[in-house]
Design a protein around this ligand. Structure first.
Ligand code: XMP
Length: 534
């Protein structure tokens, strides 16, 4: 493994992803982790990330004591470069001139990181402090007009540092520089591939669960689908999946889970049709947070009931599609066996954000199965907890899941319930489902699925608008198209969909969906708007 020491901000996650793109496994650890604990993880290399602090600030995070005595090749980036310089006896100074954004470095002595690369290179900078003198034993490898030591290395001891951000795409040769550190500087081998990840994860689940039983809630989303498919391959019929059809899904999604997913994976599926129950619970409710609470609460109750039935009833309770599994045969647990494990699609960013990957953290259960009751205690199986979202998608493809599932847009747990502005009714859900299906179909037809992060379609159910259709006056509802681009949903921009695509969506929705006589496009970025309307 390669340890990426997190000095704050979002830099560490991006570095960790880039290392993995070089097919080397990486983990993020907090800068407060003692060096001995880092060594216990037997890292092949350590990378010190950038961070928002100044090494001079009171309480600025420093390198763990003894880090540079571990004998592990270490690469300092930005703040990490400064931390390294300061710890080993170099000098770091505060400057009046900041360098933010694009800059050009001049390679003064190629060393290992820059060997054979152009003398001048475009890089991405984001700093005010700078290293003014490299520690003894180091060679200065690059500089800019304002930064005398933009690169330095001490090959004998395996120490490398750069002031710029090699992990950012704007740094022309960033990936090449990172690869050199990993392969040449640290002797890492590119053996972290999807085939290996799938094999190893399946083995790990087998080792954890053994001959016992597990359940998994399928939401229709990518994460739970990939987690379930993986666990199914590991333990076959010992796994039962529960799918709560709350009636707030998009057109075709329930069928996709009930038919396609089962057909591909052979998973034991227990479907609960809870549409009436959710509609009743949501009756007349217009407040967004209230809707969320109700949907979350009902979901847990329904899941709990299903889990109890499965725990008590055994495979006989498996719903449509149940029993079609191509189970492992040997060791398939009997009906009377208790269910001990709950499979969750927790991803690495959740693990990192809830405690820096130290393992001690309480993991936020972002999937709807949160507060399960005390008497239904499960041990968690989280086969995706070391993976980033794009890696989960690649793993899904490796496991043979259909691309409609693997490349599905993120969809909120409360579903269409929070895309109807006003109270949720069956009729309104049907109207929205039709309009949403048309928008998605046209997006797919235009080949834009992977460019658009999410494309909510929102029904303004409490607003009416006048229109004219077929010589008659109509009094229907407007619908809002909300296509956005984003990296992580924290910020987003409105997507500039081509006019002809918007045109087709508008024409089709007003022609094909009764009740809708007006189509509008939301052109608000996030912030100030959120992606969803509620
Ligand atoms: P906003 O609307 O806050 O959404 O910009 C950011 C991302 O979160 C999704 N979202 C939710 N997901 N339960 C979920 O599981 C929710 O209550 C919820 N609300 C918003 C939203 O679709 C977007 O991807």
């Amino acid at each position: 493994t390669v340890l990426v020491v997190d000095f704050g901000a979002q830099y560490a996650q991006l570095i960790a992803r880039r290392v993995r793109e070089c097919h080397v496994f990486s983990e993020i650890v907090p800068s407060t982790m003692p060096a001995a604990e880092m060594l216990a993880r037997r890292p092949k290399a350590i990378i010190l990330s950038g961070g928002p602090a100044s090494v001079y600030e009171e309480g600025a995070p420093a390198a763990p004591e003894g880090l540079f005595d571990l004998g592990v090749p270490t690469f300092g980036i930005c703040y990490g470069h400064q931390v390294m310089a300061q710890a080993l006896g170099g000098t770091v100074e505060n400057s009046d001139v900041a360098e933010y954004g694009g800059a050009t470095i001049a390679v003064t002595s190629p060393g290992m990181l820059f060997a054979g690369l152009p003398h001048e290179q475009a890089v991405w900078m984001s700093h005010r402090d700078f290293v003014s003198g490299a520690p003894s034993g180091f060679t200065v490898t690059a500089s800019t007009d304002v930064t005398p030591v933009a690169g330095m290395e001490d090959r004998t001891r395996g120490f490398f540092g750069v002031q710029f951000h090699p992990e950012v795409l704007h740094t022309e040769h960033g990936m090449e520089i990172l690869r050199r550190f990993l392969y040449e500087g640290a002797g890492c081998r590119p053996n972290w591939t999807m085939v290996n990840i799938a094999d190893e994860s399946i083995e790990a689940v087998r080792a954890q669960v053994g001959g016992r039983r597990a359940i998994c809630a399928l939401s229709g989303g990518v994460d739970s689908a990939v987690a379930a498919a993986l666990v199914q391959q590991a333990i076959g019929d010992q796994l039962t999946c529960v799918f709560v059809d709350h009636g707030l899904l998009r057109k075709g999604e329930a069928e996709q889970v009930e038919k396609d997913f089962v057909a591909v994976t052979g998973v034991n599926l227990h479907v609960v049709d809870a549409q009436e129950r959710f509609l009743a619970a949501l009756g007349g409710v217009t407040d967004p947070e209230e809707k969320r609470k109700i949907i979350g609460r009902e979901f847990i109750r329904v899941f709990e009931e299903a889990a109890r039935e499965i725990v008590e009833g055994g495979p006989g309770t498996a719903g449509p599609g149940g029993g079609s599994g191509r189970g492992s045969g040997d060791g398939a647990a009997g009906a009377s066996e208790p269910v001990e494990f709950l499979v969750q699609g927790t991803l690495y960013p959740d693990v990192v954000e809830s405690g820096g990957g130290t393992g001690a953290a309480n993991i936020k259960s972002h999937h709807n199965v949160g507060g399960l009751p005390e008497d239904l205690q499960f041990k968690l199986v989280e086969p995706l907890r070391t993976l980033f979202k794009d890696e989960v998608r690649a793993l899904g493809e490796q496991l043979g899941l259909p691309s409609e599932i693997v490349w599905r847009q993120p969809f909120p747990g409360p579903g269409l319930g929070i895309r109807i502005i006003g109270a949720v009714t069956r009729e309104r859900l049907d109207v929205l489902r039709e309009a949403d299906a048309i928008a998605r179909e046209e997006l797919t037809r235009a080949g834009l699925d992977r460019e658009i992060w999410q494309f909510p379609v929102v029904l303004l159910a409490d607003v009416r608008s006048v229109g004219v259709q077929g010589d008659g006056r109509t009094y229907g509802h407007p619908i809002v198209l909300r296509p956005v681009t984003s990296e992580d949903a924290m910020t987003a921009d409105w997507a500039r969909l081509p006019y002809d695509v918007l045109q087709r969506i508008s024409t089709r929705i007003t022609n094909e969906v009764r009740e809708i006589n007006r189509v509008t496009v939301d052109i608000t970025s996030k912030p100030p708007g959120t992606i969803e309307w509620e």
